[in-house]
Design a protein around this ligand. Structure first.
Ligand SMILES: Cc1ncc(C[n+]2csc(CCOP(=O)(O)OP(=O)(O)O)c2C)c(N)n1
Length: 210
């Protein structure tokens, strides 16, 4: 389990982004959104900065990061320059960020990137590559069939991928446990952490009329 990852723990990344940097970035985006400077949907992250920094300690620059509509902080931690990320958000891309040159891929579709991440992991294995795939998903997404199928395939074929379930307890406005029931899947390929965000599912919490 995680052998592929553990090999790299001794070359732990020197993260140039601190917890305060992450908080300040999202607050500045919230502020710009509240001022009407970003007339597009945004999905902010908060309360998970420390957990993310921990998760990124073993993510190398040539690794792949896949995720969802909630990707600002992962992009920063993967090395996307803050100005480049800000420009993308201002172009309306917060919901589906793509930075192929930094190997960061998001999608607004629930479960959208999971099979793609799996395919990348399969290709790494087939060519004996050293890269690893890190696929982030929310707690509701972790209850989907597509995730469970991909997890099972990754386990069965020992693919170089791990899934990071970011459990904020909600699916948009619904209580995930109440709606989806049951426990979240567990596996040696899954790392989960809980967090509580000060931001709502989308936007910044203030009603904006464009
Ligand atoms: C295929 C599909 N169905 C429905 C939606 C609407 N939708 C957007 S986010 C979301 C809930 C996701 O919750 P979770 O996976 O816990 O992620 P979080 O937003 O809490 O990070 C839903 C149902 C969607 N984007 N794509």
């Amino acid at each position: 389990m995680f052998n592929h990852i553990l090999r790299f723990q001794d070359v732990e990344q020197n993260l140039v982004v601190s917890q305060n940097d992450l908080i300040a970035f999202e607050e500045s985006i919230a502020d710009e959104f509240n001022k009407g400077l970003i007339p597009f949907p945004i999905h902010l992250e908060s309360g998970n900065e420390g957990s993310l920094i921990d998760v990124f300690k073993i993510i190398k620059s040539d690794d792949y990061v896949f995720g969802s509509w909630r990707l600002h902080l992962k992009a920063l931690l993967k090395g996307v320059p803050p100005d480049e990320l800000r420009r993308a958000i201002h172009r309306g891309e917060s919901m589906a960020l793509l930075f192929p040159e930094y190997r960061v891929y998001g999608s607004a579709i629930v479960g959208g990137t999971i099979p793609i991440a799996l395919g990348v992991a399969l290709s790494i294995k087939r060519r004996n590559g050293n890269e690893y795939v890190h696929c982030f998903l929310g707690d509701m997404s972790a209850h989907t069939g597509i995730f469970k199928e991909c997890l099972s395939y990754a386990e069965n074929f020992s693919l170089p991928i791990r899934f990071i379930i970011e459990n904020n307890g909600v699916s948009v406005c619904s209580d995930t446990e109440e709606v989806c029931g049951g426990e979240l899947p567990t596996s040696h390929l899954i790392k989960s952490y809980k967090y509580k965000s000060k931001f709502p599912h989308a936007g910044s919490g203030k009603r904006i009329q464009f």
